[in-house]
Structure formats: structure tokens, C-alpha cells
Ligand binder design. Structure first.
Ligand code: SF4
Length: 730
């Protein structure tokens, strides 16, 4: 029997009542209306009264119920035994974990314990507010997170241009007239670093008001169907297109920065930086006609309100950092930064863009490859080698929190082997997955409907200022713990005389809800009475208005100026020159005649959502998309099994032959590959798929920022004759 926690309810005459909350499964922050009969969920629908999402949801929202009822979900601490797993008490688990971690740190140094923090942490209130206490207690330089397999280039560019890594420009798509999208598929993702629930309708609204959408992507995606124009582009070459757009705008005198020119440094340097990147020069390399590039530049510069936006296809490639810089520059020179319909900054009710959170870069480097840290994190592409390479400073133990790096980081097969060589591993996780199967102890927190929720991060990345608090609906299982209780208890037990844990510090006593209340009262709307009580009284959420211009006041550069050409970014142009001249530059390892890119599906997010039958059933999602011409040349038919091989591994999966992908490019979605021994996911293992990250290469990364380059991996593809299947882990 589920135990209800949420008791403020109005029951109708049939005994049905309604709970309102925000879906925390992806970035879109959709409002949910959950109807219950007593303690049983009857339906999950979009909340039409949510002022932001206006009734929109996607199929994944229903997985919240599946997640809640999932019999594979762990609810109590588990310890690995010789023959499987055994339940142990929380006290036993905390003691053993603290003792083993302390012992390893005492023997080998504090960085002998590494940490990997996965993507779901940014969707969990407890992690957002309290996980840092555990990170501080571990004090390791070997901290890795999903940031460096996803969005580090955005933070890098923001840090060096605007002074704060989280001062990220958000496309104001509700007011723009020209939306230029590179390497993003918002119709499938529902927006990323651009929280925009119901984004498809918002895109249609752009066109309905006479605006235009142009998409640049090596796939003709779901978003292409909503665009006025779509252009294929060679993966990893977006930087050349962006430079050509900028070159055209500057050369033709189309730059109109307006008031931005008053607080931009080095504007005059731009002409020389883009010299040599005329459309005619870059066209053969990017695969888009020079006439089209020139027209695109003129149209973008001439639009009344325009915004350029690039996401995963740009962030997770060899030139991620410089691409995000150029996107910001393009928005600035056309006057579209910090104005309605352009790229704007949020003013969230709980503001995390503060001077206390300014992040530094390059204070230390990874031991083996010398890759730089950013904000205390090392690139995740370096994790396996830091475990496997002998010598002082080697990682001997790992803590993973809501992460599955074996499936989500490059060369996951190697990382899988690395985890099996650790002296000790502990996971804070709800599942025995491809990574946590290597753990000695798993500490499972409550999840989803059992937790209070407030989107600390995604209100900061949203296309509109809103605020909403979602109370927990159900109590956790008996003797369960919230994530924040687990972090705090571990931090307490890991304390020493030298690094004590202050039990009486308010931050070590408050619940996440109390911390939210404090943040709201101290935030920009606190003086107007915004508090947790106020949000509890408005279960659909509060609209705080459209994004508003805020520069130069919101800059963190010290002198109140935007660095339009920071040397930390422009120095990478030398590498770009190599790309243009075909002499390398992207570090590609030429071991295949096709180029691999990722893709996103509406019914899948990351690996952890594949245990919901309703999301994985039906048509196979994990396929190799390949162009008709390339398939024909290899004798591959639609639906046929193929092997895909890269420098680091090979996998087997079904081919999906299509005209919707650029010739020479193939695509595989991420998060699959669940058929490994010991995984405790009964649904996912029957819809296992294959892991793209058994092909992606830890040697391929954006050398500027350290972000993994999942897009642009050279691969070869061959048809498998019937009866000749390979071992996927070979
Ligand atoms: S789009 Fe994202 S937030 Fe909205 S319902 Fe789907 S998973 Fe939830």
C-alpha cells in the first residue's frame, strides 16, 4: 500500500482528488495534474492552469507512475555478496562506506576517491541543495560530472564572456522573428538549456506571426518538420559556418550591436578574427552552398528580432567551446543579446547566478592527460584512465551519484572494465544498472513522487520567469532516506578533526524546502512577498513575467564589460584554421569512412528511463540511422543487423535506412546497451539495444574545454550475414 503524504486535497463526489506538480524528468518543467482515487493514481495529464506549460506534457510524464511502482527500484541499502546482493541497515551501510572511503584516502590521498555525479542530480531538489556537502567532505580533485559530456562549452563561453559560468543566454523564442538552430532538436528534447514546455507550439507560433525558423543539422529531425528551411551540415564543421556568417555580417557592414557596443571590449578585433572565412571558402567543407550561407547571414542580420541557438550537436563535438562563443558573438553583433526576441538572461526567483558561484578554470589538471578542471570538475572523458593508469594519484574508489557513466561517457566499455578494478565503489542510486553493478554498496534514495520538488536549475534556464513548488505526493518506503539525508549523513561520518562537520550550521540542519524558502525570500521577488508559503498556496505555479534586459548590471566581469573576444576562446581559432585547410584540427582518428552522431527520442531521455515498459515497447528505438546511398553501397537493407566499429569498439544493432540523414553520416541514440551481466532492470534488459558509447572515443574531445566529442566519431559499418552475430562486448 502506498502511503500518501500530500493531504491538502479536495475530494470530488466519486472520491477522486487531484495533485499538481512539476514533472522533473527532463528540462521542460511541464505542469502535471495527477488524479488519484484514494491512494491510487488514476491519470497523469498536463496541467492546463500551469502558467508556463499550459497543459503540455510528453509521453515520458506517465513514466513517473512507472518509476514509483517499479519493482526493480531499490529502497533499502544493498551490499554485494559472493552470490548477489543483501539488504543491510542504513547504519551499517553508512559506517562501512565511511570507513572504507576514509581508509583509502588515508592510505593513498584524498583524490584516490573519485566522484561521478550524473545528470538526474540537476532534476532533484535534494541533490541541488545538499550534494555539495558530500563533495566538500570528500575533497577530491577527481570530481567528474555529466556537465563535461553535455554542456561544458556553454559554461566556458559564458564564464569568459560574461564573467559567470551560469549566466547563459536563453533564446526568447516567444518573441523572436528569426530562430536559427544548430545541432538541436527541441521538438524531441522539449528544449535543452532552453526550458520551453510545449516547444512545438511555440515554434509554430513563430511562423504564425510571420517569423522564420532555419535548422542546421546533419539529420532531418522532428524539428526540421517545423522549420522553414533545413540544411545538412558535416558533423563537427559548424564552427566554420558560424565564422562565415559572422564574416559576411561584418564585411557587408550589417553589424548593428546598438547599445551593446557601449559595454563590449575588443569589438574592433572581430574583423581580423573572421578574416579568411568567407562563405565561398567554407562552403565545400561544411556542405552548405555559399549562396545559402550568405543569404542566411543577411537574413539573420536583417531580422527585427533574431536569435541563434546551438545545443548538443555543437556542445558535444571537437569545437564545442568556440561554437558557443561564436553563437554569442553572432547574437551580440546583430544587437540580439539581451533584447526581447533575442538571447536573454533569466531573473529566477531563486537566483543561483551569484558572485559566490563564479567558477574558475584550470586550477589543476588531470594526472594522466593533463586536462584542465573547470569549476572543480575534470573532464569525464578522463575518468577511465585515472582509474586504470598505475601510479601515485590513481583513483582507487568511486562514489557515483545518480549516474551511469558506463553508458553515458565516451568509451564506456573501457570504463566498465575500469570500474571492475576499483578497490571500492559506492553508489547513491535507485537501480542496479550498468555502472552500479560494480558497487560494493548501493544507497538508494527516495525518488520522483516521494520528493518535494523545485527546479533550481531549470527556472534559471527558462524562456520565461516563473516559480513553482511541488510537495511530495507519497511517503517513501518504510525506513527509506531522501538523497539529501544520505549526503548529509555521509558528510557527517566522513568528518575529521581537521575537517569537522558543523551540526549546528543552518545549512546542515535545514530541509531542502526550508532552504528554498530562504532562497525565495532573499531572491529578486522576495521583497514582493514571494516565499514558500506563497508557492504552496498557488499549486499551478506563479508567472513572474517575460525575460527582461538586464545588461550590463548582471555581468560578473568586474568592470561591467562583455569580453567579446577573450583570448581564452580566440586562441582556439588556430585549431579551426586546421579544420578549414583540411590539415586536421579536430583530432579525428581516421578509422572509418562514415561519421557517427547521436540522436534523441521523445520517449527516451537518459539510460535510467528504459525500465518503463510503456516508453520502450513498440518500434525499436536503438537503431543505426544510415542514408539510403550508404546502405546500398554496403548491401544493407532496412531492418538488417549491422556491425558498427570505431577505434575503441564495435556493436551490433539494426539499420534504419533513411533519406533523413546526410550521406556519409550515421546516427545512434544514447543510453542503451542494458544486456550486461548483473544489471537489475527487468524491462530494460529485454529492450537492451546497444551502447553508442562503446563506439565513442575518449581521445576525441573539445581540446579547449575538455567536453567529450560524441558527435563526429569516425566509424565503419558492415552488414551482418544471417547467423554471424558478434559478441557486443568484444
Ligand atoms: S517534456 Fe519533460 S518535463 Fe514535460 S512531461 Fe515530458 S519529460 Fe516531463
Amino acid at each position: 500500500m502506498q502511503r500518501l503524504l500530500y493531504t491538502e486535497r479536495a475530494v470530488d463526489r466519486l472520491g477522486v482528488w487531484t495533485h499538481y506538480r512539476t514533472c522533473n524528468l527532463c528540462e521542460a518543467m511541464c505542469g502535471l495534474e495527477i488524479r488519484l482515487d484514494g491512494e491510487t493514481i488514476q491519470s497523469i495529464r498536463g496541467d492546463r492552469e500551469d502558467p508556463f506549460s499550459r497543459g503540455h506534457i510528453c509521453p515520458k510524464a506517465l513514466a513517473l507512475e512507472d518509476l514509483h511502482n517499479d519493482s526493480d527500484r531499490l529502497k533499502h541499502p544493498m551490499r554485494k555478496t559472493g552470490s548477489g546482493w543483501e539488504r543491510i541497515s542504513w547504519d551499517q551501510a553508512f559506517s562501512e562506506v565511511a570507513e572504507r572511503l576514509r581508509s583509502i584516502q588515508n592510505q593513498y590521498g584524498r583524490s584516490a576517491v573519485g566522484m561521478y555525479l550524473g545528470n538526474p542530480n540537476v532534476h532533484n531538489l535534494g541533490s541541488m541543495l545538499v550534494l555539495s556537502s558530500l563533495v566538500k567532505a570528500i575533497r577530491t580533485e577527481n570530481l567528474f560530472t555529466a556537465t563535461s559530456v553535455d554542456q561544458l562549452p556553454h559554461h566556458f563561453a559564458a564564464r569568459h564572456m560574461f564573467g559567470h559560468y551560469f549566466l547563459l543566454p536563453i533564446p526568447d523564442i516567444d518573441r523572436t522573428d528569426f530562430f536559427l538552430i544548430l545541432g538541436a532538436n527541441p521538438v524531441a528534447s522539449n528544449g535543452s538549456l532552453m526550458t520551453a514546455p510545449g516547444v512545438t507550439q511555440r515554434l509554430r507560433d513563430i511562423r504564425a506571426r510571420g517569423g522564420k525558423i532555419v535548422l542546421i543539422d546533419p539529420r532531418r529531425t522532428e524539428t526540421a518538420a517545423e522549420a522553414d528551411a533545413h540544411h545538412f551540415i558535416r558533423p563537427g564543421h559548424d564552427v566554420l559556418l558560424l565564422l562565415a556568417l559572422l564574416e559576411t555580417i561584418l564585411r557587408e557592414g550589417l553589424a548593428r550591436p546598438g547599445r551593446l557596443a557601449e559595454f563590449c571590449t575588443d569589438f574592433s578585433e572581430l574583423d581580423s578574427l573572421v578574416e579568411g572565412y568567407a562563405p565561398e571558402r567554407v562552403a565545400p567543407r561544411v556542405g552548405i552552398d555559399a549562396v545559402e550561407i550568405t543569404a542566411m547571414a543577411r537574413e539573420f542580420a536583417g531580422a527585427k528580432r533574431a536569435v541563434c541557438y546551438g545545443r548538443m550537436g555543437l556542445s558535444t563535438q571537437a569545437f564545442g567551446g568556440i561554437c558557443q562563443w561564436l553563437i554569442n558573438v553572432l547574437n551580440i553583433v546583430t544587437g540580439n543579446l539581451d533584447r526581447a526576441g533575442g538571447a536573454m538572461f533569466t531573473r529566477p526567483a531563486l537566483d543561483i547566478v551569484t558572485k559566490e558561484r563564479v567558477r574558475e578554470f584550470g586550477r589543476w589538471h588531470s594526472r594522466v592527460r593533463g586536462l584542465p578542471e573547470f569549476g572543480g570538475e575534470l573532464p569525464s572523458a578522463a575518468l577511465a584512465e585515472e582509474i586504470l593508469t598505475p601510479g601515485d594519484g590513481r583513483i582507487r574508489a568511486m562514489i557515483t551519484v545518480a549516474g551511469n557513466p558506463v553508458l553515458s561517457t565516451p568509451n564506456g566499455g573501457r570504463l566498465d572494465r575500469a570500474f571492475s578494478e576499483l578497490d571500492f565503489a559506492v553508489a547513491v542510486d535507485i537501480y542496479i544498472n550498468e555502472t552500479t553493478r560494480h558497487a560494493d554498496i548501493i544507497l538508494p534514495p527516495t525518488t520522483g513522487l516521494e520528493c518535494d520538488h523545485y527546479d533550481v536549475i531549470f527556472h534559471t534556464l527558462a524562456i520565461r520567469n516563473t516559480a513553482k513548488f511541488s510537495p511530495a505526493l507519497f511517503e517513501g518506503a518504510e525506513d527509506s532516506r531522501h538523497d539529501w539525508q544520505i549526503y548529509r549523513e555521509l558528510a557527517r561520518r566522513l568528518a575529521s578533526d581537521e575537517h569537522p562537520f558543523d551540526e549546528h550550521h543552518p545549512l546542515n540542519q535545514a530541509t531542502p524546502a526550508q532552504m528554498i524558502d530562504f532562497g525565495l525570500r532573499a531572491g529578486p521577488y522576495g521583497k514582493d512577498g514571494l516565499s514558500l508559503d506563497k508557492l504552496r498556496e498557488t499549486p499551478h505555479g506563479i508567472d513572474l513575467g517575460a525575460l527582461e534586459p538586464c545588461l550590463p548590471d548582471r555581468l560578473f566581469t568586474g568592470d561591467g564589460l562583455i569580453r567579446i573576444a577573450p583570448v581564452e576562446l580566440t586562441r582556439d581559432l588556430e585549431r579551426v584554421r586546421g579544420l578549414l585547410e583540411g590539415t586536421g584540427g579536430n583530432g579525428s582518428l581516421s578509422l572509418g569512412d562514415l561519421t557517427l552522431v547521436g540522436r534523441r527520442h521523445l520517449r527516451s531521455n537518459n539510460s535510467w528511463m528504459h525500465n518503463s515498459e510503456r516508453l520502450v515497447k513498440g518500434r525499436e528505438l536503438c537503431t543505426l540511422m544510415i542514408h539510403t546511398r550508404d546502405a546500398r553501397a554496403r548491401g544493407i537493407a532496412d531492418g538488417q543487423k549491422v556491425t558498427v566499429a570505431s577505434r575503441v569498439g564495435r556493436i551490433e544493432l539494426e539499420a534504419a535506412v533513411s533519406e533523413n540523414i546526410m550521406p556519409g553520416v550515421v546516427s545512434i541514440p544514447h543510453g542503451w546497451g542494458h544486456d550486461r551481466e548483473g544489471v537489475g532492470l527487468s524491462v530494460a534488459t529485454t529492450h537492451a539495444g546497444a551502447s553508442i558509447n562503446d563506439l565513442t572515443d575518449e581521445a576525441l574531445l573539445d581540446r579547449l574545454t575538455g567536453n567529450a566529442a560524441f558527435n563526429g566519431v569516425p566509424v565503419s559499418v558492415e552488414a551482418i550475414a544471417a547467423g554471424a552475430a558478434i559478441d557486443a562486448t568484444e
